[in-house]
Design a protein around this ligand. Structure first.
Ligand code: ZN
Ligand code: ZN
Length: 356
């Protein structure tokens, strides 16, 4: 039985504490399904959504969250891909038009008609959420709902970003930052056969990077990252910038080998200067990368299902969201925080689905 109302985190005003409210459970329309959520990761983008500090703001009130995992509990008309009990993931790309030049050329992440979970439509910080059946990720059986959650944004974003560097097995990639995105990026890079160097602030985070498989970990507090990278490996074929400070972006260019590619996935406010002479004469490529397509996401989940990538996760209840946001703001989260929404098999639908 699906209840009439549910608990949801609601942003009522920007830059104000979020409310936990009892709201109606929505009904799936054509092409839609209703999910009962088991877990949801918390991403920096959720903070930006709740603060309304990006140029295009969400419409108030709304529920954030785009790393939601759970099971399908109701199916709208015309849905053939999914059925009740399927294990699925609700990610940033809630839907796209499926017809534009970007959608038909493998760039649905650039569709101008796209909707985004937890931003332009209600997201996963709730007990139930609507989703477009065609855009949900399928969560492999071997992967728990909690472990799958961070893959839906942090995982696919870094996996796609690494692909975009063009670095091949045996070549070097430098990952800037070993936080929520970076600590997952290190593991994808190793699983993809790349040599990995990491730049972080502080000896403790540098050690953490090594534990995750980085061959070189540079502590930017005590070493000069670009000259160290040039000295130790002669520059990197690719650099992935996951850091949340603009200083790191400037630094990244100096780590490249000639013909190298620098991919930006972290989104701090502001700009960074580019040395034009170096970019031209060394034939650097500098590009931005935003999440990944449905195919990228399915591949990213498969790496996790095979045990090659595992986010460091701290699980807290939905009600702790304001505290989690505060810690994210202060840079006090190591790895990823996941909201545990439904306890393992505690509800009837999860038991029926045999989910773990
Ligand atoms: Zn995200
Ligand atoms: Zn489109």
């Amino acid at each position: 039985m699906i209840p009439k109302t549910m608990k949801a985190v609601v942003v009522e005003r920007f830059s104000a504490p979020l409310s936990i409210r009892e709201v109606p459970v929505p009904e799936p329309g054509p092409g839609e399904v209703l999910l009962e959520l088991a877990a949801s990761g918390v991403c920096h983008t959720d903070l930006h959504a709740a603060d309304g500090d990006w140029p295009i703001k969400p419409k108030l009130p709304f529920t954030p969250g785009h790393e939601g995992t759970g099971i399908v509990v109701a199916v709208g008309s015309g849905v053939t891909r999914l059925k009740e009990g399927d294990r699925v993931g609700l990610a940033w790309l809630y839907s796209a038009c499926g017809r534009c030049e970007f959608c038909v050329s493998g760039w649905e992440t650039l569709c101008l008609q796209q909707k985004n979970a937890g931003y332009s439509v209600n997201g996963s910080f709730a007990q139930y959420a609507l989703a477009k059946a065609d855009y949900l990720a399928l969560i492999p059986r071997q992967l728990s709902f909690v472990d799958a959650a961070p893959i839906l944004c942090a995982g696919v974003t870094t996996y796609k970003g690494l692909k975009e560097t063009g670095v091949r097995a045996g070549q070097w990639v430098v990952i800037l930052g070993a936080g929520g995105l970076g600590h997952v990026a290190i593991q994808y890079a190793k699983a993809m056969g790349l040599h990995v160097a990491v730049v972080e602030l502080g000896a403790q985070k540098a050690r953490f990077a090594k534990e995750l498989g980085a061959e070189i970990a540079i502590d930017a507090d005590s070493q000069d990252p670009s000259s160290e990278i040039q000295r130790q490996i002669g520059g990197a074929h690719g650099v992935l910038v996951t850091a949340v400070s603009t200083a790191a972006f400037k630094e990244a260019i100096g780590m490249l080998r000639r013909h190298g590619t620098c991919v930006l996935v972290g989104i701090p406010a502001g700009e960074f200067p580019l040395p034009i002479f170096d970019v031209v004469l060394n034939r650097y490529t500098i590009l931005g990368s935003i999440v990944g397509t449905r195919l990228d996401l399915q591949e990213a989940l498969q790496f996790a299902a095979e045990g090659k990538v595992k986010a460091t996760i701290e699980t807290v209840p939905l009600e702790a969201i304001n505290e989690v946001f505060e810690r994210l703001r202060n840079g006090e989260v190591q790895g990823r925080v996941v909201l545990g929404i439904a306890e393992k098999a505690s509800t009837e639908s999860f038991r029926r689905a045999g989910a773990h």
